[in-house]
Design a protein around this ligand. Structure first.
Ligand SMILES: *Cc1c(COP(=O)(O)O)cnc(C)c1O
Length: 356
């Protein structure tokens, strides 16, 4: 891997400079994002048989989601262009990331979030990093439309994934997977919300193939939540519903490029139910020791569905991107788990509760 050359990881802009738009060194704003682990599963043989299943654990980025890869690019570019403030609409993680990188750059951050639909961990991050948090009575799609409107007339830089630098930064996760494996996986599964990430990974794989660093390309497998599945249905969803708030989006900004990634790679964009998402979410935490947020588990839920349907075969190498950390949404974790057992501070009673 690249880090062995220099000894220490320098963040995605410095590590993948040859593949990214140029940025003046003095503008680079980094929290040393990227270089996340690709964890091979060891306890899911009953589910996946002899499929090699790996987890790209993006929850280990500085603010706990993959959004940091795109945000280091978007904020660095905004800084280079002399912007004093950034703005985004967010289901939570974009606002957490934008707020942190803006703080680092000495810039103001404005974040628009749908009231009542943002997980507590994410909201607390934006607040702690000093953003102006604007909770709107509306959904993510409404918030994004307002942000588009505002940035037309005011000198505030939009850092949603329609900002082209976001996608550029996010494609580096595909580079890391190729360098780790020495090739691309057979299938790459990921959750799809605004569809920027599936677009970014496909671009990353394609660029490494063009450079001759890899010789195969993965099939891109995107999964939406059943109640928020516009691409699967073929039309926008007016009032998207899912417990996976990070992908509760009815009209994805990168719709066309997601469809292109699917079709060019010979992949699939499909949906999974909230129950399937929760099942995968619990399985990862309880069997593999990997805690991701509910939306992230849509990737594994999708892989489980494709395994059941006979799409995946023994010998395939499969990567699931786990987009965000489980601590982002403690309420959901507590809801999805067995309750703590209340016991008196007494050895005998505790032993009894332990079944000993
Ligand atoms: C943003 C986000 C997604 C969706 O990614 P898109 O690029 O919008 O498709 C999925 N999971 C988590 C945790 C996210 O923060």
């Amino acid at each position: 891997m690249r880090l062995t050359k220099k000894g220490l990881w320098g963040g995605i802009i410095r590590e993948f400079r040859d593949f990214l738009p140029e940025i003046h060194d003095s503008a680079v704003t980094t929290l040393l994002e990227g270089n996340t682990p690709l964890i091979e599963t060891v306890n899911l043989k009953d589910v996946f048989g002899d499929i090699r299943m790996l987890l790209k654990y993006e929850g280990l980025n500085p603010t706990g989601s993959f959004k940091d890869r795109g945000m280091t690019m978007a904020v660095s570019k905004a800084r280079e262009e002399g912007a004093g403030a950034v703005i985004c609409a967010s289901t939570g993680n974009t606002s957490a990331s934008a707020s942190a990188y803006a703080a680092r750059a000495g810039m103001r951050a404005y974040v628009l979030v749908p009231e009542g639909s943002v997980a507590m961990g994410k909201l607390s991050q934006a607040m702690m990093h000093g953003a102006l948090v604007l909770q709107i009575k509306g959904n993510f799609d409404d918030a994004l439309n307002i942000v588009k409107e505002i940035t037309k007339d005011y000198p505030v830089k939009m850092v949603n994934s329609i900002n082209p630098y976001r996608i550029e930064g996010q494609k580096t996760a595909a580079f890391e997977i190729c360098e780790h494996l020495g090739h691309a996986p057979t299938y790459h599964f990921l959750p799809v919300g605004n569809a920027g990430n599936i677009t970014a990974y496909w671009r990353g794989y394609r660029e490494y193939e063009k450079e001759g660093i890899i010789s195969n390309l993965p099939k891109m497998m995107g999964f939406q939540a059943e109640g928020a599945a516009p691409i699967v249905l073929g039309h926008p969803v007016e009032n998207p519903q899912t417990i996976a708030t990070a992908i509760k989006i009815g009209n994805p900004a990168s719709w066309d490029s997601a469809v292109k990634a699917r079709d060019e790679s010979g992949g699939v964009i499909d949906s999974v139910t909230d129950d399937e998402i929760i099942e995968a979410y619990r399985l990862l935490a309880s069997r593999e020791g990997v805690f991701c947020e509910p939306a992230s588990a849509a990737s594994l839920a999708g892989a489980m569905k494709m395994k059941r349907e006979g799409v995946l075969a023994d010998g395939d190498t499969v990567v699931c991107t786990l987009t965000g950390h489980g601590l982002k949404d403690p309420d959901m974790a507590i809801k999805a788990s067995a309750k703590p057992v209340k016991v008196p501070a007494d050895v005998k009673k505790i032993l009894k509760a332990m079944g000993l």
